[in-house]
Ligand binder design. Structure first.
Ligand SMILES: Cc1ncc(COP(=O)(O)O)c(C=O)c1O
Length: 391
C-alpha cells in the first residue's frame, strides 16, 4: 500500500478482532435462500438468521416475476429516475406499496438505507429538531447525520416516552419537530409504542417517521406492519421500509407518505436524483411478493404460528427471551467472543444463527439473534430446538 501508516492501521484492527475472537466470518451460500441453504462446501443447514420472514425469497412466482422483469425491461435503467430511469414497473410497484401500507403515495430507492438517507436531509429544514430513539437502526442514525447544521438532533432513551414528551415540550418553539423510530427494533425484537407515539406527535404537532423494515410482512393479520398491529394504518406521517426482507428478499427500499411528501422527495432527495433506479428484476419480484402477501393471509398466519412455536420451544429449554409478537428473538449472551463461539457451535449442529457484538449492539450486550420464517417446516423447528438443547 502506498501509505504505510494506513496499512498498519488496517492490520492492527484485523489483528485485534482476530485475537479477541470478534472477527466476523462470511458463510458462502451456493443456492437460494429458503428454510435451509446449501453452503459452498455442500453442507445443508437450517436458516434462523435471514430476514426472509415469509419465505418469499425463493417463491417460484417471485423468481418468475424477476425473470419476466429482466426479460421485459433489461438489466437496469442506466439512468437516475428523473432523467430516463423511471420504468412502468417502478410506478406499478409504488402504487402497490402505497395501497398495501395505506398511504397516498410512495417512492422506491435501491435500499431502505438509501430511503432513510433521503428522508431526513430532504424533509427537514433550518430550525427543525429530530428526536430519535436510542436503539434506532444505523441507517436512521446516518440519515439524521446528513441534515444541515441548523437542524438540531437529539436522542431519547429507548421507548422512554416520558423523556420524549419532555423533549417535545422543550422544543415547542422549533419550526417543526420530527420523531423517528423503528417499528420493530432489529436487535431487540420489540415493537415501538406506536399508539402513544402517534398521540404525542399529534399533541405536539410533530411529524412521525417509522422505519418498518422488520414490521412489514410480519405484524398485523394482513402483514401490513406495525401500524396494522396497532390499528393505526394511515396514521403515520412517513413510513420507510425495505423490499429486502419479508417482501421478496431481493433489494430495495421505499418511503410511503402523503402525495406532497413524495413529490418533495422526488424533486429533492439526493439518492433519487443522483443514483440509479431499482433494477427491474428486483422491482418485479417485490411487486409479486406484495401481491402474494396481500392475497394470501395464510402466509402471515403461518409465520405467526412458527414464531409462537419457536418462542415456546426456547422458553421450555430455559432461554430467557423477552415476550414480543415479532419474528426476532434475541438470546442475550453478554460476552462477544462467547456469542460468536455459540453461533459457531450451532452451525456445527446444522443451524445457522449469528452472534452479534459491538458495534452492531452495545459493548457487553452480545447476543444470538434468532429469526423465524414462515418457510420453516415443523421438522426444521424441531431440529433447530434440538440444537439449542445441545448448546
Ligand atoms: C430497521 C432497518 N432499516 C433499514 C435497513 C436497511 O435496509 P436495506 O437492506 O434495504 O438497506 C435495515 C436492514 O437491516 C433495518 O433493519
Amino acid at each position: 500500500m502506498p501509505n504505510a501508516s494506513f496499512d498498519q492501521r488496517c492490520r492492527e484492527l484485523i489483528d485485534h478482532l482476530t485475537q479477541t475472537r470478534q472477527l466476523k466470518g462470511f458463510y458462502e451460500i451456493a443456492g437460494p435462500m429458503g428454510p435451509t441453504v446449501t453452503l459452498a462446501d455442500g453442507r445443508e443447514v437450517i436458516v434462523l438468521c435471514s430476514n426472509n420472514y415469509l419465505g418469499l425469497a425463493s417463491h417460484p412466482e417471485v423468481i418468475a416475476a424477476g425473470h419476466e422483469g429482466l426479460r421485459r425491461y433489461g438489466a437496469g435503467t442506466a439512468s437516475v429516475r428523473f432523467i430516463c430511469g423511471t420504468l412502468k414497473c417502478h410506478r406499478d410497484l409504488e402504487r402497490t406499496i402505497a395501497d398495501f401500507v395505506r398511504t397516498e403515495s410512495s417512492l422506491t430507492y435501491v435500499s431502505c438505507w438509501n430511503a432513510n438517507e433521503a428522508v431526513f436531509p430532504t424533509l427537514t429544514d433550518a430550525g427543525d429538531v429530530i428526536l430519535s430513539d436510542s436503539l434506532n437502526h444505523a441507517s436512521i442514525i446516518d440519515g439524521c447525520r446528513l441534515v444541515g447544521r441548523q437542524v438540531e438532533r437529539d436522542v431519547y432513551q429507548h421507548s422512554d416516552l416520558e423523556q420524549l414528551e419532555t423533549k417535545l415540550r422543550e422544543h415547542r418553539d422549533k419550526a417543526c419537530r420530527w420523531v423517528v423510530t423503528d417499528g420493530v427494533f432489529s436487535m431487540e425484537g420489540d415493537v415501538a409504542r406506536l399508539p402513544e407515539l402517534v398521540r404525542l406527535c399529534r399533541e405536539y404537532e410533530a411529524m412521525l417517521v417509522v422505519d418498518d423494515s422488520h414490521g412489514v410482512g410480519v405484524l398485523g393479520s394482513g402483514g401490513r406492519g406495525t401500524p396494522e398491529h396497532f390499528g393505526l394504518l394511515g396514521d403515520i406521517d412517513v413510513l420507510t421500509g425495505t423490499l429486502g426482507k419479508s417482501l421478496g428478499g431481493s433489494a430495495g427500499g421505499y418511503v410511503a407518505a402523503s402525495r406532497r411528501v413524495i413529490e418533495v422527495l422526488e424533486q429533492r432527495s439526493r439518492p433519487s436524483l443522483f443514483s440509479n433506479a431499482l433494477p427491474a428484476a428486483g422491482t418485479c419480484s417485490a411487486q409479486r411478493a406484495i401481491e402474494l402477501v396481500r392475497d394470501d393471509p395464510g402466509l402471515v398466519a403461518r409465520l405467526h404460528q412458527n414464531v409462537a412455536r419457536m418462542r415456546a420451544g426456547l422458553a421450555e429449554l430455559g432461554f430467557q427471551c423477552p415476550s414480543s409478537p415479532t419474528a426476532i428473538i434475541p438470546i442475550m449472551i453478554g460476552d462477544e467472543a462467547e456469542a460468536i463461539a455459540k453461533s459457531r457451535r450451532l452451525m456445527e449442529l446444522g443451524v445457522m444463527v449469528i452472534g452479534f457484538g459491538f458495534p452492531v449492539v452495545p459493548k457487553g450486550e452480545a447476543r444470538l439473534r434468532v429469526q423465524v420464517s414462515a418457510a420453516l417446516q415443523d421438522e426444521h423447528l424441531r431440529q433447530a430446538l434440538d440444537a439449542f438443547a445441545r448448546l
